[in-house]
Design a protein around this ligand. Structure first.
Ligand code: MEV
Length: 323
């Protein structure tokens, strides 16, 4: 049996803007997806017959990306992420399936994380109707802190480039990493699930429509890009206060892009008195918010009282791995 784990991710800055080539900063989190793969007499997922039409994402990875034509497989998936909630669960699933399948087929060959990231991005783009940045998939594959941008970003280490044909034209992204300073380990991210899924494809399409109807709203994208640069400088310097302030500012810009909602705003407000900063994370319209804090128990309690489901993690866990 082959087995692999891939982490979820939390976007600190730049969600939505990154789809249009602006920078984003994301960290891998401790929670993620665990997948096992083994030969079987029939195709199964979680012990029940596998229906490819119900799982196009998994089918795409196995059949089109791996071009797998071997014997039937039995797949088991365990996730500690809220699904469809902006935590990168589908990217983590793609990476974990890719790594487990790779290890099943080539047990002695180490996984190539860049190949995993590109493969998972292709699966993600298929699921998001051609509008998916490589943020979730690269962060889950590489781990740590990942900066995705249309061009080079000062103070980062370049890892690879990738591109995608989107309905708005061809986009190119540069994938970079940043080493987090030791002081960042004094802080936790508390992620609060609003209880409702976050329809990424729909939210990304909504922002594309808003920008096409009202091109002046690119101002909000520019504002997010400036906040992202300031936030990255704070993160690289281990300045947690400035990092939190940038997160607060990012939430306001996302509200102006109309991707927040009352449930997310309520959780953000509840977390702020005990946090350095808080914002929605991921696509919005539901899903999760995130708070940066030195007091994760207190913030988790506040989120629960406000009707959310919390979990907490340190920033920058390891990337996809064969177990
Ligand atoms: C997804 O976690 C965040 C978005 O920026 C979409 C993407 O990057 O593909 C909204």
């Amino acid at each position: 049996m082959a087995s692999a784990f891939a982490p979820g991710k939390c976007i600190l800055f730049g969600e939505h803007a990154v789809v249009f080539g602006y920078p984003a900063v994301a960290v891998a989190i401790e929670q993620g997806v665990h997948v096992t793969v083994e030969n079987s007499s029939e195709w199964t997922l979680e012990g029940i017959p596998f229906d490819p039409s119900r799982h196009p994402h998994i089918t795409h990875i196995i059949k089109e990306l791996f071009e797998y034509e071997g014997p039937p497989l039995s797949l088991n998936v365990q996730s500690s992420l809220f699904s469809a909630a902006g935590m990168g669960s589908s990217a983590a699933l793609s990476n974990a399936i890719g790594a487990a399948l790779h290890s099943h087929l080539n047990p002695t060959e180490p996984i190539d994380r860049i190949k995993m990231a590109k493969m998972a991005h292709s699966a993600e783009a298929t699921a998001q109707k051609g509008r998916a940045s490589p943020t979730d998939t690269a962060t889950s594959a590489l781990g740590g802190c990942v900066v995705v941008s249309g061009g080079h970003v000062d103070g980062t280490r370049h890892v690879f480039d990738t591109s995608l044909l989107t309905p708005e034209g061809k986009r190119k992204w540069s994938i970079n990493v940043v080493d987090l300073p030791a002081s960042v380990s004094d802080a936790w991210l508390v992620i609060g699930y609003s209880g409702k899924g976050s329809p990424t494809g729909r939210m990304v399409a909504k922002v594309a429509r808003l920008l096409s109807d009202r091109p002046e709203r690119f101002e909000d994208m520019e504002a997010i890009a400036n906040i992202t640069t300031a936030g990255l400088t704070a993160l690289s310097a281990g300045n947690l206060d400035a990092l939190g302030m940038a997160m607060d500012a990012c939430h306001e810009s996302l509200q102006r892009l109309e991707v927040s909602n009352s449930a997310l705003d309520r959780l953000v407000e509840a977390a702020r008195p005990h946090s350095l900063g808080a914002k929605l994370t991921g696509a919005g319209g539901g899903g999760c918010m995130v708070a940066l804090t030195k007091n994760p128990k207190r913030v988790s309690g506040a989120i629960e009282v406000a009707g959310g489901r919390p979990l907490y993690t340190k920033l920058g866990s390891g990337g996809v791995r064969v177990l």
